[in-house]
Unconditional design. Sequence first.
Length: 283
Amino acid sequence: MSNRPELESETGSRHVLRIENLRKQHLHHDGKQKEELVVLDDISFDVDEGEFVTILGPSGCGKTTLLNIVAGMEPFDGGLVTVNGARVSSPGVGTVIIFQEDALFPWLTVEENVAFGLRNMRVGKEERIRIAREYIEMVQLGQFSHSYMHQLSGGMKQRVAIARGLAMNPQILLMDEPFGALDYRTREILQEQIQQIHERSRKTILFVTHDVREAVSLGDRVILMSRRPTRIKRQYVVDVPRPRSVEDPRLHELIMNVLKDLKDEVSYSGIPHEQNVSTLGEN
């Protein structure tokens, strides 16, 4: 295992996240005996500053577990996880996580929700308001700054959650299927907007999804996880300029290749395809 202090990639970009030989296991008890259930096995990859990396894999393979480990919310059993060279062992080491459920405070306005974390960081009131408004404008909700959550649609709430995460100025924005509970058209809109937000903020994003089209459309790189015990099966570089369209033959070809590899993993797991694979995001 390497404990190298340098954080430069081969291309000269700075590694914000480094995962080396990560292993995670659970103790399983079937009523007769205990055995170790390996969830993640020898996972290694780096994420560069400003990179948008998406993670795919069969249902139950440990994608959310991996994100929770990076966020410092879940322990692991072997390997090393660092953010900007600092070992991750507890929450708050340069990361903010956004879940499928928005987890906003219904009794606070949009502006107050976005500024909430800054208040906990003891940022002054004027500065909190300035920062909150900056990111509310970035997610195109300026006219709703003083609205409450019950007055917003599901997609708007997720934009508030994204603004709140960005306002905290994390080294890495972690996103766990943030659009999974939304209808198809709203997801399409937010997929376009998160690309715009990424271009403007240049934040490093690690994004978990079960949707192949979403993963390829959004990511600079797609990491495909295998069935359990989970390893990295393949990584794909998405060398297609933005804004992207799935009608682009290069993007469509890559979507089909990733889908084929994912279906192979689902077949090996013995679980029907429809329970694991969203081909192009229809469901």
